[in-house]
Design a protein around this ligand. Sequence first.
Ligand SMILES: Cc1cc2c(cc1C)[n+](S(=O)(=O)[O-])c1c(=O)[nH]c(=O)nc-1n2C[C@H](O)[C@H](O)[C@H](O)COP(=O)(O)O
Length: 498
Amino acid sequence: MAKVLSGKDVALHNKRDDCWIIIHGKAYDVTDFLDDHPGGSKIILKYAGKDATAEYEPIHPPNTIDANLPSEKHLGPVDLDTVEKVEIQITDKEKERQERFSARPLLSEILNLHDFESIAKQVMPEKAWAYYSSAADDEITNRENHAAYHRVWFRPRILRDVTEVDWSTTILGHKTSMPIYISATALGKLGHPDGELNLTRAAAKHDVIQMIPTLASCSFDEIIDAAQPGQVQFFQLYVNKDRNITKRIVQHAEQRGVKGLFITVDAPQLGRREKDMRMKFEADDPKIVTENEKVDRSQGAARAISSFIDPGLSWKDMKWFKSITKMPLILKGVQCWEDALMAYDAGLQGVVLSNHGGRQLDFSRSGLEVLVEVVDNLKAKRGLKFPNEKFQLFVDGGVRRATDVLKAIALGANAVGVGRPFIYAFSTYGAEGVDKALQILHDEFAMNMRLLGAPTIKDIVPEMVDAHNIHSHVVAVPGDRLYDSNYESLQYAKLQEV
Ligand SMILES: Cc1cc2c(cc1C)[n+](S(=O)(=O)[O-])c1c(=O)[nH]c(=O)nc-1n2C[C@H](O)[C@H](O)[C@H](O)COP(=O)(O)O
């Protein structure tokens, strides 16, 4: 049984050439790791000989230490009663933020998903806002994702009995209350101490499917254990260079009852997300770059957590995936009809037409625009009809309204993924915020389907939309006040005065 260390024992090792830290009540010798740390050595040295748990927790998925630090550096348990509490300095800026947070609007005043974003921008910790809101380069694709929906118009039908409307559907054969799933977004604890568990709880309440991210802040088993009996969850996979690790993760997910494996294929390297990168430099003064740092620290949190992803992933791996799991295999991040056709021919069960929320290759087209070409070409070349149960099409990116979802459904999608709105909802109001966001979507579906003249999802057909402008990126569309300038109402203006 390892000796229990005292806080004093650990405090003796507080130098660059002899550096121990405490995480979750255990001590680790990180001396040799300092210059390999993707987040740089300074942030670790700040906690040399101390308890670094509070700083470590939001950024690092749970098994990060075990995966990166050799076992001989694991020094064993520490008696936390003997550890000096780390005084976290609260700056004036942070004090003002906390005051804005407590003055935020009541949940009952939130009317749409844009409201969550507008409030989050004003009350979230800067690092969290930077990581969640950032997109690649000039963020053109991030804006195009939403703008594309403004190039599709409805052709509603009248005098149809819409007393009862039903927007429930199935996704990969699993019943769900709406054609929306909660898409995989990393580092949930940056925004809220319960992280991804907020999504699990609200998804259970609304019978909506959650896609669990590889890079969740909560552990995979924590998220699975928090689900209700029968709650359907998918898993988003970043493929590890070490295929044995990937095989273990995939087979464990299947054993735990995950119902779909979404392999992310648009991130052989994570995009340059400059708001996130700027945060990195703010945390450490870029002028004092420690001479022997070996890690490229310019990519902010994103790069810090993703160096394991295999840029060598290719079509030849698909056979291997089919050999290690029976779960339906979906490629997440397909961006042209040719690759969707190859996924169909490879015998996979579907694709997510997505550009990762604009966080990867800037000037990628929106999932909605790609959907139109995929449907056209798979119909012409393989005689497929859509929506298709055997080869499902999903779209994500920029979806903020039920009308966005209904346009995608009319154009052939089985369902739509939503990311940021749910992050902003739980970062500002916890699981209740996500619950409210889902309730808003239910209300919007009820109204929009009645006005469209569509009693059920099956009644939403291509003839209900006019998408002929989808490929022309210069069409003048009315300004999108709620999305572009983040909704400013008297209530939010009040936040400014705090
Ligand atoms: C907003 C966001 C998106 C991330 C995301 C993190 C955030 C904060 N992360 S990331 O850190 O690596 O970029 C993931 C991820 O873990 N894996 C993944 O497949 N997609 C990731 N995505 C993309 C996500 O699954 C959806 O494709 C995207 O969010 C849809 O766009 P909206 O946010 O506009 O709904």
